[in-house]
Design a binder for this molecule. Structure first.
Ligand code: NAD
Length: 414
């Protein structure tokens, strides 16, 4: 039978398994198996050549029982309804894992910012906010950056929302520039969180991070900063990649040089000749593998060839559920996306709290709180995995889904 590469249905399967293990009824699964709300919008945009192009966008709100929904907006040619739905469900799990008073949301626009001018990207960003403005807001649903969106795009979106509402609304969106109420530490938060998980996982496996060989797939916001963090901690980053290929050097890559030369889309390998493919990179020798790009990268086809003894998922959904089983059977410690990449939403929450109170924290305060939250979440999930005899992904789903389930129960929905 062909492997299930559908992120939405495979996420449903694990949510079902987690709810069953926790003793919830089928009705709870019926409630949580897909978003409460899914909006599809069409965004007319005036292009630089004078033509008008209609872009399709989505916003999914999985469950708002614990509080407002929260999650990023992705600008990518492959954005689709099912992916956005799955991503919103993962946001519910992440919020539950790091104990934030949110449900999950997610959005996306089908477009390729690499082919668009800044003005066209601005028009899409503003058009998207106008189209979804009825269902979002600081106490309803709070967007943030994701693949191919950044703090400038968040700034345009915040400005558009504030104009519609006729008052300044910094709490509408997170991942903003500091000058507009962004938080110290937000830009690097996802990478910080992943790095904390790498350190904790290495401790569990008695691997000394100093000298450990690390491969990072993806060199964008998440991948590049975490490569720098582990490099600075003494690890040897032997491989990195972007959408166009990978670089591998058993003696370690010059991360500072690569960081300096990468472009704003996380592209770097186009400057080199001796590149390998992303698929080759994943199977190269290393101790720790960090997929930090896109989904469905480690599948039943290549899971047997992974050399790493620890896989830490910085990206959303990089390992299929079948591959998760294979890695677990092979004794590889897999730290799942919903835990490893929850640093971003954690500091987004801190940003929203600071916006709501109008009082701003130092970078040290933010990083300390993030560190404490993530260590607690990692060890909690590790212990659930050990005591219940399940892999880290199922353990993370069990911990993550509980808050939305309990909140839905107390509200009398189920
Ligand atoms: P980004 O846009 O900054 O960078 C993406 C990187 O992936 C780039 O280096 C790009 O070249 C590479 N890439 C794109 N297509 C690829 C392909 N087909 N094969 C290999 N590499 C490819 O994105 P990001 O913010 O770093 O996000 C990366 C992953 O981390 C995504 O799965 C995202 O959902 C997840 N994530 C990001 C955040 C965040 O705060 N940025 C938070 C949680 C999860």
């Amino acid at each position: 039978m062909a492997e299930n590469l559908n992120l939405f249905t495979s996420t449903q399967n694990v949510i079902k398994e987690a709810l069953t293990k926790l003793g919830y009824t089928d009705e709870m699964y019926e409630l949580l198996k897909e978003p409460l709300r899914m909006m599809t919008v069409r965004i007319p945009v005036k292009m630089d050549d004078g033509s008008v192009k209609i872009f399709t966008g989505y916003r999914a709100q999985h469950n708002d029982a614990p509080g407002p929904t929260k999650g990023g907006v992705r600008f990518h040619p492959e954005v689709n309804e099912e992916e956005v739905k799955a991503l919103s469900m993962w946001m519910t799990l992440k919020a539950g894992i790091v104990d934030l008073p949110y449900g999950g949301g997610k959005g996306g626009v089908v477009c390729d910012p690499r082919q668009l001018s800044m003005r066209e990207i601005e028009n899409i960003s503003r058009g998207y906010v106008r189209a979804i403005s009825q269902i979002v807001g600081p106490t309803k649903d709070i967007p943030a950056p994701d693949v191919y969106t950044n703090s400038q795009i968040m700034a345009w979106m915040m400005d558009e929302y504030s104009r519609i509402r006729e008052f300044d609304s910094p709490g509408f969106i997170t991942g903003k520039p500091l000058a507009l109420g962004g938080s110290h530490g937000r830009e690097k938060a996802t990478a910080q969180g992943v790095t904390i998980c790498i350190h904790e996982a290495a401790k569990k496996r008695n691997i000394d991070i100093k000298g450990a060989r690390v491969i990072v797939q993806g060199f964008g916001n998440a991948g590049s900063f975490l490569a720098k963090f582990v490099h600075d901690a003494g690890a040897k980053v032997v491989g990195i990649s972007d959408a166009y290929g990978g670089l591998y050097d058993p003696d370690g890559l010059d991360i500072d040089y690569l960081l300096d030369r990468r472009d704003s889309f996380g592209t770097i390998t186009t400057l080199f000749e001796n590149t390998i493919t992303n698929q080759q990179l994943l199977e190269m020798d290393c101790d720790i593998l960090v997929p930090a790009a896109i989904s469905n990268q480690i599948t039943a086809e290549n899971a047997h060839n992974i050399k790493a003894s620890i896989v830490v998922e910085a990206a959303n959904g990089p390992t299929t559920f079948e591959a998760t089983k294979i890695l677990s059977e092979r004794g590889i410690l897999l730290v799942p996306d919903v835990l490893a990449s929850s640093g971003g939403v954690t500091v987004s929450y801190f940003e929203w709290v600071q916006n709501n109170q109008g009082y701003y924290w130092t970078e040290e305060e933010v990083n300390k709180k993030l560190h404490d939250n993530l260590i607690k979440a990692f060890n909690n999930i590790y212990e659930v995995a050990q005591t219940r005899g399940v892999n880290m992904r199922l353990a993370a789903y069990m911990v993550g889904v509980r808050r939305a389930a309990e909140a839905s129960k107390f509200r009398g929905w189920v």
